[in-house]
Write a protein that binds this ligand. Structure first.
Ligand code: EPZ
Length: 430
């Protein structure tokens, strides 16, 4: 079984390049099916989730040409089928974006119900509500979400919860609807703006993305484009917190500092220095970390996808901290693993009460989901001694070359697949 072997204790020092945003890429890849012309997308992160999206696209006859590791050309001229039920797609959440994209373009879509990280219930009622408001019939049968419409008509949609997925999906379904659609209580995450910019570069007319009211004027068709995806806010944030917990000095490069403000603010609150420049942020953790309180919120609040990473840091911070998870109800599963490394954390409902300890110790742990897995890696990098982390397939869903990037900052981490390789790692690091 593949795992990461880590010897903690080295401060991370140096520079690291951040890749394209996973959650923007997933929306944009799906949106690429909305034109028959060729679309070239740059800065696509090379991840399990993006590979699954591309594989699903190929399974319905879409031409996918990989120009280099991060550039892909997509031509959706020859779609043979509007049913996506590939095995790989069932595992990822973003499969739901094919619903909005195919419905928007072809007025019909059948897509396997989305999987993804087990971090809570994750219903898609708001997506369905939006499709229905636009005039589609939607039903769930044989494990598929089936959406059909004779005609899609612009309308006024008020989302009951702020949802990234529903905002992007309804936006895609409305792009070629007749007349104007207004989405109220829309999510404002940077990847919503990126998907909207991408669609606009294909000829869509979307205004207000990044605010809570998005206005979409239906157009008759979309055309080809060339587009580069924004940097990944959460990958950047993960390296920033890795610097904090290892008492390091890391510059994350190729980022949009504005997207990282809530993360930078918390790092400064707990005693790190954060320096911003045009497209880089440097985090220096020269002083001992101190406690704080944090509540996850939709953007521009502190991201739920950074909740495990900040909890790992607060577990090593002097004093008592409180972390409140307000987006997903089941996102503290990793705390048991962290406790095995010596953390002192009590979870009550959606709140974690953390009494900082001075040191974690290495242990054999398991990644319960993507972000928690990455956070546990940072804990192991800070810990005394050796850790192994299982189920790294979760981490590979969202972090490209994670061990290599960490190694370049001085971390002792290796991906191993056998007991022999693990022993070799132990011998090598002495
Ligand atoms: C997206 O998930 C991201 N995934 C998640 O990233 C991220 O954690 C989340 O947004 C919040 O930022 C992708 O972009 C593929 P939501 P999504 O719809 O779209 C409730 C990662 O690690 N809700 O914004 O599924 C829902 O239960 C991942 O990269 C409804 O009630 O999240 C949750 O409480 C994991 N009905 C809240 O809204 C709906 O129809 C926000 O969910 C939809 C959502």
């Amino acid at each position: 079984m593949e795992q990461y072997a880590i010897r903690g204790g080295n401060p991370l020092v140096g520079e690291v390049e951040i890749g394209g945003a996973k959650n923007a890429a997933l929306g944009i890849l799906a949106a690429a099916v909305m034109t028959e012309e060729t679309v070239t997308i740059e800065n696509v992160p090379d991840l399990r989730d993006t590979a699954a999206m591309l594989q699903a696209m190929e399974s319905i006859g879409i031409r996918v040409e990989r120009i280099d590791r991060h550039t892909v050309k997509i031509t959706a001229k020859s779609i043979q089928d509007l049913v996506i039920e590939e095995d790989s797609i069932k595992k990822i959440r973003a499969s739901y974006y094919f619903l909005g994209a195919l419905l928007g373009k072809y007025r019909r879509a059948e897509v396997a119900l989305p999987g993804g990280c087990n971090i809570g219930l994750r219903p898609i009622d708001q997506h369905i509500k939006g499709f229905r408001a636009l005039g589609a019939e939607v039903k769930i049968e044989r494990g598929l979400v089936i959406a059909r419409a004779q005609q899609l008509k612009g309308t006024h949609i008020y989302l009951d919860v702020v949802s990234v997925g529903a905002t992007i999906n309804v936006m895609m379904a409305a792009v070629m609807a007749e007349g104007q659609t207004i989405i109220e209580n829309a999510a404002k995450e940077p990847h919503i703006v990126d998907v909207a910019n991408f669609l606009n570069s294909m000829g869509a007319n979307i205004k207000g993305a990044g605010t809570d009211v998005i206005r979409i004027k239906g157009v008759s068709g979309l055309h080809g484009t060339e587009y580069a995806i924004i940097p990944d806010q959460i990958e950047a944030g993960t390296f920033m917190f890795a610097a904090a917990v290892t008492k390091g000095d890391v510059t994350v490069k190729n980022v949009i500092p504005k997207h990282l403000e809530s993360i930078s603010a918390k790092l400064m609150e707990i005693g790190c220095e954060v320096e911003e420049s045009d497209d880089a942020v440097r985090v220096v953790a020269a002083k001992p970390l101190t406690h704080t309180h944090v509540k996850t919120l939709p953007y521009p609040g502190f991201p739920t996808d950074m909740q495990p990473q900040i909890t790992v840091a607060l577990g090593l911070s002097k004093g008592t901290s409180i972390v409140t998870e307000s987006i997903f109800e089941n996102r503290f599963k990793y705390v048991d693993e962290l406790t095995r490394m010596g953390a002192n954390i009590k979870v009550e409902g959606n709140t974690a009460i953390i009494d900082g300890v001075s040191q974690y110790t290495g242990a054999s742990i398991t990644a319960p989901d993507l972000r928690a897995g990455a956070a546990l890696v940072t804990a192991a990098l800070a810990a005394e001694g050796i850790s192994t982390i299982d189920d790294i397939k979760f981490i590979e869903r969202g972090y490209e070359d994670f061990p290599q990037k960490l190694q370049s900052l001085g971390a002792q981490i290796e991906k191993v697949s056998t007991e022999r390789e693990l022993q070799k790692f132990k011998l090598k690091i002495g």
